[in-house]
Ligand binder design. Structure first.
Ligand SMILES: Nc1nc2c(ncn2[C@@H]2O[C@H](COP(=O)(O)OP(=O)(O)OP(=O)(O)O)[C@@H](O)[C@H]2O)c(=O)[nH]1
Ligand SMILES: [Mg+2]
Length: 393
């Protein structure tokens, strides 16, 4: 199933708590504090994976969490870091923060990996807090919570060429002729309900990715037919192929059909309408097609029109070469500029300590100095970029 929009919640792991422990060993008096640090929480990554072409996975599952870090232990044993979680998405997925609407990442090219929610840092164990006058600290630091985000994914397929035209023009037939794709083909309008990709191979070195989208009709910008939402899948293409049924059953002249669709394209996005466009007259095998083509050429003087029959396979080679030349000249598909992923400020309770003895919450004269000390440690961490990912690259 083709799914091109989804909302999920990602949650990075919480850091493990630091441990409060005193070394106790035979013949070692005054063993001192030896509580280890908590492990860092796992982070959530997104990866543009070449083999994935739908957001179907995201629809069945709303919450995606990375593992929490483990708590530290005695003998200065650090807790294990939580495992990261990697979510595979189709290349070309736009990732938005669903709450702010901010575009966080454009997942191209394939292979790109982005950290979308950082795991919380593990807390320091009590042995970090010894000073000359406080030799047995009875507290440690709790782990920090991981980041949580609500993400909205929106897929925009990546193709060189977008096939547009009225329903029944033969777009899917052309795609099946030029590539190994086997889209559904039938003699009724709106056979194609979701976009399809196919790869046309001109020779060993030259390939073009084609996108076949549902047919467009006049009034689509007001929701007629399947509307215009599928047009976003051809926003990144280099060129458009406008396919015209040379003898349409509804009797509308091909040049009127052309104008109606151009208007819809422009309504949707003037930028999309401004893409280079190649005009193709299809179904040239039908009787009367030659005359109709002559009429069309007259109605659109100065426009080059490629005449083909997708069913019979005639005229396809010159068309492919023209597509290649035009695609080669046209700049690559649009890449959206990512915003820097905002770093969540540490929560307000970051400085609170977990006391081993809950009754000992009486403010200690030392407390202020201690908090200052911890703040300095944390500021140092942040400065060195270790705030969330201590000990890891
Ligand atoms: N005679 C003839 N018929 C064709 C040709 N190309 C397509 N057809 C027929 O036209 C009908 C529609 O073809 P499709 O490829 O499904 O058309 P489409 O543009 O993908 O249509 P939608 O998916 O509904 O937008 C089918 O019955 C095809 O067999 C052609 O070159 N010649
Ligand atoms: Mg179709």
């Amino acid at each position: 199933m083709f799914i091109d929009e989804a909302v999920i919640v990602v949650k990075a792991g919480r850091g493990g708590s630091g441990c409060v422990s005193m070394r106790r060993e035979k013949y070692v008096p005054h063993g001192g504090p030896d509580g280890g640090d908590g492990g860092d929480g796992g982070s959530v990554y997104l990866q543009a994976a070449a083999g994935v072409d739908t957001l179907l996975d995201m629809v069945g599952r709303h919450h995606w969490s990375a593992e929490d870090g483990n708590a530290g232990q005695g003998k200065k044993k650090a807790g294990r870091d939580g495992l990261d979680l990697t979510i595979r998405v189709p290349p070309g997925t736009l990732v938005y923060d669903n709450q702010t609407g901010l575009l966080l990442a454009d997942m191209i090219p394939a292979g790109r990996q982005v950290c979308i929610a950082k795991g919380g840092r593990g807390g320091y164990g009590n042995y970090h807090f010894t000073t000359s006058i406080r030799q047995a600290p009875d507290f440690a630091q709790p782990g920090l919570p991981g980041e949580t985000r609500e993400l909205k994914f929106q897929l925009r397929l990546i193709a060189d060429i977008g096939l547009i035209g009225k329903p029944n023009a033969g777009k899917s037939t052309l795609l099946s002729r030029l590539s190994a794709a086997r889209p559904k083909i039938a003699d009724y309008p709106f056979t194609t309900l979701v976009p399809q990709l196919g790869i046309a191979e001109l020779d060993m070195e030259r390939r073009l990715v084609l996108a076949d989208i549902p047919g467009l009709i006049g009034g689509a910008s007001d929701g007629a037919g399947l509307g215009l939402e599928f047009l976003r899948h051809i926003e990144r293409t280099r060129i458009l192929v406008h396919l015209l049924d040379i003898l349409p059953l509804d009797g509308q002249s091909p040049s009127d059909a052309y104008q109606a669709i151009r208007k819809e394209l422009f309504n949707y996005s003037p930028k999309l309408a401004a893409k280079p466009e190649i005009l193709v007259a299809n179904k040239m095998d039908l009787t009367g097609a030659a005359e109709a083509l002559a009429d069309l050429r007259q109605a659109m003087p100065g426009r080059q029109i490629y005449a083909i029959s997708a069913v019979a396979g005639t005229g396809l080679r010159p068309l492919l070469e023209a597509l290649w030349t035009a695609a080669d000249k046209s700049p690559g598909g649009e890449v959206f500029v990512d915003q820097p992923i905002p770093v969540e400020p540490p929560p307000a309770d970051v400085h609170t300590l977990s006391r081993a003895d809950a009754s000992a919450v009486e403010p200690d004269p030392d407390d202020q100095a201690l908090l200052d000390e911890i703040r300095a440690m944390q500021a140092d961490d942040i400065r060195k970029g270790r705030f969330y990912r201590r000990g890891k690259k």
